[in-house]
Design a protein around this ligand. Structure first.
Ligand code: DAV
Length: 351
């Protein structure tokens, strides 16, 4: 990896518990969002998370990677469009959700949370700079995010197999995609409990948009998992390199045979060993598998996740250990907090 964008937690605000947020967050956490939605996250946790992210940047630079950061934006401001109104934004901590790099193109994704509508503003200085340096800069149609994008009957039954997002307009998070050369894998996200296909922030319309946009040069494969609240593929099925994937044992993939046929190795990850403190406001503890590969032989992994480190060492991959305990509280690990902008290598086909 030659260049990476690392998100920042400064200015982070708790999103309001709108229906699409409810669909992604465990019920036990809803009182936290009811109380703090629209207000800043606890300052002491944010400060410690910011210090961890600074250290992450320092380590990346020490490994020879150029690090770029988004602008500091105050996400506590409320806003209103003709279609919806929210008391605040959220953060620019997780570039993995909003920026997708495919070759020399950088795509600002049309995400589905209303609190993330203006998140792109934090990245515009960087995107303009990339454009000036020759990148192709694309923004798919911005969703209007009115009532029609969300299925209000979603919470009527406990287990209903529905998606919170409808097919009214395209929406997707970059973190529901992963790419190996010419092949992209995506999950439809934001379903309450699985029936057949799944996902929450990414709908089929969004996937079709990407298919048509990328054209014949790339293949997009839709994957699905046993997952009650699918949101982002990178704590479920993480690509380690061509031919190697680490898989969440609680969320089996329904299309494993496709990888096996292509000769890929799928390794189940050990369980996380983290505790309940600092808090987990936005994700499961499977962020232990939300790792970042510097190259096929070096991985950034949480310093306390010894079983996960052992798994990598057995695979012949060197672990660079970084503490992300407080940063994890905001719902992301190494992969979420970063978008790799430039890597060495040529465009290959692995399937
Ligand atoms: O396991 O809660 C977190 C993914 C964050 N991008 C989880 C998924």
């Amino acid at each position: 990896m030659q260049e990476v964008i690392v998100g920042r937690v400064e200015g982070a605000t708790v999103p309001k518990l709108t229906i699409e947020v409810q669909a992604c967050i465990e019920k036990e956490l809803w009182p936290f969002y009811r109380q703090f939605g629209g207000k800043p996250y606890q300052p002491d946790i944010l400060q410690k998370a910011a210090a961890e992210i600074e250290e992450l940047c320092r380590i990346l630079e020490g490994e020879g990677v150029t690090v770029c950061r988004p602008d500091v934006v105050d996400f506590s401001k409320d806003y209103k469009t003709p279609d919806f109104e929210v008391p605040s934004g959220m953060y620019a901590a997780m570039p993995r959700d909003i920026l997708m790099v495919v070759g020399n193109e950088i795509i600002e994704t049309p995400m589905a949370w209303r609190s993330r509508f203006f998140e792109y503003t934090a990245y515009r200085s960087l995107l303009k700079e990339y454009f000036k340096r020759g990148a192709k800069w694309t923004t798919p149609p911005k969703p209007q995010m009115g009532e029609q994008l969300y299925d209000n009957s979603f919470f009527k039954e406990e287990y209903n197999g529905k998606y919170i997002t409808t097919e009214f307009e395209p929406c997707f998070d970059a973190a529901d995609f992963m790419r190996a050369g010419k092949d992209l894998f995506v999950q439809r996200s934001h379903v309450y409990i699985l029936v057949e296909a799944h996902e929450i922030v990414t709908n089929m319309f969004g996937i079709q948009w990407m298919k048509r946009h990328l054209g014949d040069k790339y293949n997009i494969h839709v994957l699905s998992f046993d997952d009650k609240r699918p949101m982002h593929i990178d704590a479920t099925f993480t690509m380690i390199g061509p031919g190697l994937i680490i898989a969440n044992p609680d969320k089996p993939c329904h299309q494993l045979s496709m990888f096996e046929k292509a000769g890929w190795k799928i390794v189940e990850v050990p369980r996380s060993v983290v505790s309940d403190q600092p808090p987990w406001w936005m994700s499961s503890k499977w962020l232990s598998m939300n790792v970042l590969m510097l190259d096929p032989k070096r991985v950034l992994v949480s310093s306390i996740e010894i079983p996960t480190q052992k798994m990598f060492e057995k695979l012949g991959i060197e672990c660079i250990k970084v503490d992300m305990s407080y940063a994890n509280a905001l719902g992301g690990g190494f992969h979420c907090y970063t978008t790799d902008v430039r890597r060495r290598g040529t465009l290959e086909s692995y399937f």
